[in-house]
Design a protein around this ligand. Structure first.
Ligand code: ATP
Length: 349
C-alpha cells in the first residue's frame, strides 16, 4: 500500500474565497472531507478531478503530476449528489458509457457492465430507463457507472444527501463494505459529521477554505486540535482555562470551577487554553464537584436527558445523562468529569 498515493498541496483563489489544502491519501483508503456549507469541499474535489485548475501547487496521483493532465485522462471516477445519470440511456447504457469513452472493445464492455450490475445487485434493472428508478436505485447505478472503468480514485460529493435517513445509512454501509472488498481509494465529501465519523478511515475537517485537522474518526472526535473541530463533530463544552505543567501533571484552572489535575501529556502546556469536555462525559455529583450551578434546562430524549447548568459569569455547561435523573429544574447541582475525558485545546490564533 502506497502511503502517499495521492498528494495534494494546492491553493485556489476566487474573488471572495481562498482555499489552501495540503494532505495525503493512502492507496485503498476511504478518506472523508467534512465541513460546513461553503468551506471549499466541492472546490477541492473539482481541483482533484481537473474540473478546476489550482492557482498554485500540485496534485500527484500514484507518482504522476496531474496538474496539467486533462480531466478525461486522470482516470478519476465521480459520484454526485444529483447522480448526473444520462436520462436518455438505460441503466446498462449508463454503466457502459464510461467504458465506451475509454474505448474498450464491445465484448469487454458488455462483460464489465454485467459484472457491475451483479456487484450492485441491479441485474433486473439493466434495461430500465433511469427516470423510472427510485433514489436508492439511481445512486447504485451512479456508483456502478463510476467504478466500471476501474478508476485510480473515486470522488464522491455528498452522494447520499438527497436520500432519506434510513436509506442513507443502508447505502453508506453497503458502500463501505464494497470499498473494503474491492479496495479502491475514495474521497467522500459530506457536511454531516455522523456520516464522516462512521465511514472514514481518516477524515479532514475543513472550515473557511482551510483544513483544520486530519486524523482518524476517534482522533478528531476525542482529540480535536481546534475548537471548531470539537464543536463541528459533536456537542462540546469549551471552557476557558489556564494551564500549568507540573511534575504531577497538568494543573488546569477552569473558569468558575475548581482546579483539576490532568494526566501529563506529550506537550509542556502553559497559559490560556480551552478545556473541552463532551456533554456525555459530565456527571451530576454532590461529592467534590468541579462545578456547581443551577439546572436551567432539561430535555427528555428517551435514552437519557440533555441538561444545561448555569454556572455564572456567562458559562453554561451541557450535560447528557443516562436514563436516571434525580434533579429538577431550578435546583442547585454539582458537576464533575473524569480528567482523562477532558482535552486541552489551544486558543485559535
Ligand atoms: P456545499 O457543502 O454547500 O456544497 P462546499 O464546502 O462544497 O459547500 P464550495 O462549493 O467549494 O463549498 O464553495 C466554496 C466557496 O467558493 C464558496 O464561497 C463559493 O461561493 C466559492 N466558489 C466556488 N466556485 C466558485 C467560482 N467558480 N467562482 C467564484 N467563487 C466560487
Amino acid at each position: 500500500m502506497k502511503k502517499d498515493f495521492l498528494q495534494i498541496d494546492v491553493t485556489k483563489n476566487y474573488p471572495e474565497f481562498r482555499l489552501e489544502a495540503r494532505f495525503t491519501v493512502a492507496e485503498g483508503e476511504f478518506f472523508s472531507l467534512v465541513g460546513p456549507s461553503g468551506c471549499g469541499k466541492t472546490t477541492l474535489l473539482r481541483l482533484i478531478s481537473g474540473l478546476a485548475r489550482p492557482d498554485a501547487g500540485r496534485i500527484i496521483l500514484d507518482g504522476r503530476d496531474l496538474t496539467t493532465v486533462p480531466v478525461a485522462e486522470r482516470k478519476i471516477g465521480f459520484v454526485f449528489q444529483d447522480y448526473a445519470l444520462f436520462p436518455h440511456l438505460t441503466v446498462g447504457g449508463n454503466i457502459e458509457y464510461g467504458l465506451k469513452i475509454r474505448r474498450l472493445p464491445a465484448d469487454r464492455r458488455r462483460e464489465r457492465t454485467k459484472e457491475m450490475l451483479a456487484l450492485f445487485e441491479i441485474e433486473e434493472l439493466a434495461d430500465r430507463r433511469v427516470q423510472d428508478l427510485s433514489g436508492g436505485e439511481r445512486q447504485r447505478v451512479a456508483l456502478a457507472r463510476a467504478l466500471a472503468p476501474e478508476p485510480f480514485l473515486l470522488l464522491l460529493d455528498e452522494p447520499f444527501a438527497a436520500l432519506d435517513y434510513g436509506l442513507r445509512r443502508r447505502l453508506r454501509r453497503e458502500l463501505k463494505e464494497l470499498q473494503t472488498k474491492l479496495g479502491f481509494t475514495a474521497i467522500f465529501v459530506t457536511h454531516q459529521q455522523e456520516e464522516a465519523l462512521s465511514l472514514s478511515g481518516r477524515l479532514a475537517v475543513m472550515e473557511a477554505g482551510r483544513i483544520l485537522q486530519v486524523g482518524t474518526a476517534t482522533e478528531v472526535y476525542s482529540h480535536p486540535a481546534h475548537p471548531f473541530v470539537a464543536t463541528f463533530l459533536g456537542d462540546a463544552n469549551l471552557i476557558p482555562c489556564t494551564v500549568q505543567t507540573t511534575p504531577e501533571g497538568l494543573k488546569v484552572h477552569p473558569r468558575g470551577g475548581r482546579l483539576c489535575l490532568l494526566p501529563p501529556g506529550q506537550e509542556q502546556l502553559t497559559g490560556p487554553h480551552l478545556l473541552m469536555v463532551r456533554p456525555e462525559d459530565i456527571v451530576f455529583t454532590n461529592e467534590d464537584p468541579v462545578y456547581t450551578g443551577e439546572l436551567v434546562t432539561l430535555e427528555y430524549l428517551g435514552y437519557g436527558f440533555a441538561a444545561e447548568v448555569k454556572i455564572g459569569d456567562g458559562l453554561v455547561l451541557k450535560v447528557l445523562t443516562g436514563k436516571e435523573m434525580d434533579y429538577a429544574l431550578g435546583e442547585r447541582v454539582g458537576l464533575a468529569f473524569r480528567p482523562q475525558t477532558a482535552r486541552l485545546i489551544p486558543l485559535p490564533t
